[in-house]
Design a protein. Structure first.
Length: 162
């Protein structure tokens, strides 16, 4: 007996499979904390003195190139580029924090771990005790606080509690 109930079950299964495919499931890109990328780049540049003969710490502050502006020359350093990359990654994290699924909860947890590791590195390892790395930690803190806040607000809205 093939009635409307049988076809409804098939349609329900097909739509739930389409939703899983559309949401992407547990995608590595959605889980991975993006602010870990600029922190890793910072670590590579800061520890590059072993590879380039003692110029690691100064590589962060020495100008890589200059840009001519009407107001004068602007010397761009590796720190400037790392902070620019971090701001772009923070924007991507803020946009992604609006979702409320399992992958966003995993992302929030990994972002919290990134923040804690960053704080430990800042406090305990001398090469990480710079203003640039401090700003990376502040961006990571903003990511964690905003992520949990947006998730809590969307969960309240989904539950209809206000």
């Amino acid at each position: 007996m093939t009635g409307p109930t049988g076809s409804g079950v098939a349609v329900g299964l097909a739509s739930s499979e389409a939703q899983v495919q559309q949401s992407g499931g547990l995608n590595v890109f959605t889980i991975f904390p993006k602010l870990l990328i600029p922190m890793a780049v910072y670590a590579l540049v800061a520890y590059s003195d072993a590879f380039f003969g003692g110029e690691g710490a100064s590589m962060l502050t020495n100008p890589l190139f200059t840009l001519g502006l009407p107001s004068g020359e602007w010397a761009v350093s590796a720190s400037d580029l790392i902070l620019t990359l971090a701001l772009a990654m923070l924007f991507i994290e803020m946009v992604g924090s609006a979702s409320s699924g399992t992958s966003s909860l995993l992302n929030h947890g990994l972002s919290m771990a990134t923040l804690l590791v960053g704080i430990l590195l800042f406090l305990l390892v001398p090469v990480f005790a710079t203003s640039t790395f401090f700003l990376l930690i502040v961006m990571s803190l903003l990511d964690v606080v905003a992520g949990f806040t947006v998730t809590a607000i969307s969960a309240r809205r989904d539950l209809g509690a206000g």
